[in-house]
Design a protein around this ligand. Structure first.
Ligand code: UVW
Length: 339
């Protein structure tokens, strides 16, 4: 097989940005888009769109993801904290601190890489489904486990590809929280279109869609007393089973989707009987694996959303590169919005 796929999934755009493309719809953030984005930096006010990376706290949200663990670097048998440089050279009077942090890349405010989600699909038409990711990259070959030489990681579609684009463009805020409050609401195409029409929001090719749900604010406000209802059953989530919504995402020309909730969409709890293709995260599948749309999750959007509302605006300059870690499936991010 000279090409990675003979048949691509029906709703995918594999090949559209080139057979070996690894950045998907980030290709749509052009120089022109960035110039339009910079025009939104009118007041010179900046907003930090991350929560502290040790939140939401504990591992109640996802059992396998834990808060960052920090340890001091070590030198000459001791920790490099208040470390006197005179140990190196008696003439030096400097004091040094260095540390190391073990980070679960998707624990807190983060980007999903295009290697984060794949599924089984018969892309080479041999009657047997294989594990495929965006643009036909393969599980076991391009995305490898711990037994592979060099260890587990994304040999293709790693988060470093996203970082190299700088991830700077025009953010467009849509306020779901104002309409739906803190009750769990699966937001479909009709709901989203109604809000965008009522709020006179226009989305252009390359824009970075931000969905304000209020979930992260509620979680941070209750960080010492998090319960399952708040974590898993409150605020708005997109309805990834709404095919019209998925079609609109594709047709809209948006480059990425960002939300201040756990997973942008709500997790589907069960599959129709006998349907082997059922996706627990159908919007992840369509966006990440089929269309090359990165998802940003657990962002801190409330202060920016409040300012935008108070000032009759919904657009801003957004700069949000992930860590340039080769081979990772996601990354913490400290995004900056400028208005
Ligand atoms: C999951 O694993 C639920 O994905 P994400 O981090 O994109 O929410």
């Amino acid at each position: 097989m000279t090409k990675r796929w003979q048949v691509r999934p029906p709703n995918s755009n594999w090949g559209l940005f080139g057979d070996d493309d690894q950045i998907g719809r980030l290709n749509l953030i052009t120089q022109e888009c960035r110039k339009k984005a910079i025009k939104e930096a009118i007041e010179g006010l900046a907003f930090c769109l991350s929560i502290p990376l040790d939140l939401p706290g504990g591992n109640k949200l996802v059992e396998s993801r834990h808060p960052p663990l920090r340890t001091p670097a070590r030198k000459r048998g001791g920790p490099v904290v208040n470390y006197p440089y005179c140990c190196e050279n008696p003439a030096w009077n400097d004091i040094v601190c260095d540390d190391a942090v073990t980070i679960y890349m998707q624990y807190s405010t983060q980007w999903d890489a295009l290697s984060h989600i794949g599924y089984e699909f018969d892309a080479d038409e041999d009657g047997v489904a294989e594990v495929v990711y965006y643009n036909g990259y393969r599980g076991g070959h391009d995305i490898v486990g711990p037994d592979a030489p060099g260890g587990a990681g994304a040999r293709k579609l790693g988060i470093e590809n996203m970082a190299e684009t700088c991830v700077q463009g025009r953010g467009v805020m849509v306020d779901l929280h104002e309409r739906f409050g803190v009750e769990r609401k699966f937001v479909g195409y009709d709901d989203l279109m109604r809000i965008m029409e009522d709020d006179e929001i226009e989305l252009e090719t390359g824009d970075m869609l931000c969905l304000h749900t209020g979930w992260v604010k509620a979680v941070v406000d209750h960080k010492d007393n998090l319960d399952s209802q708040l974590l898993h059953g409150s605020c708005s989530v997109l309805d990834g089973t709404d095919e019209r919504l998925l079609k609109w995402i594709d047709a809209s020309g948006l480059s990425v989707i960002i939300a201040d909730n756990f997973a942008v969409e709500g997790i589907q709890t069960g599959g129709p009987d006998g349907d082997q293709n059922f996706a627990a995260l159908p919007l992840h599948r369509r966006c990440i694996a089929e269309l090359g749309i990165h998802l940003g999750e657990l962002w801190n959007l409330t202060p920016l959303n409040t300012w935008l509302k108070q000032n009759g605006r919904y657009r801003f300059l957004l700069t949000a590169p992930p860590l340039r870690v080769p081979g990772s499936f996601g990354s913490p991010v400290t995004p900056v919005a400028t208005v």
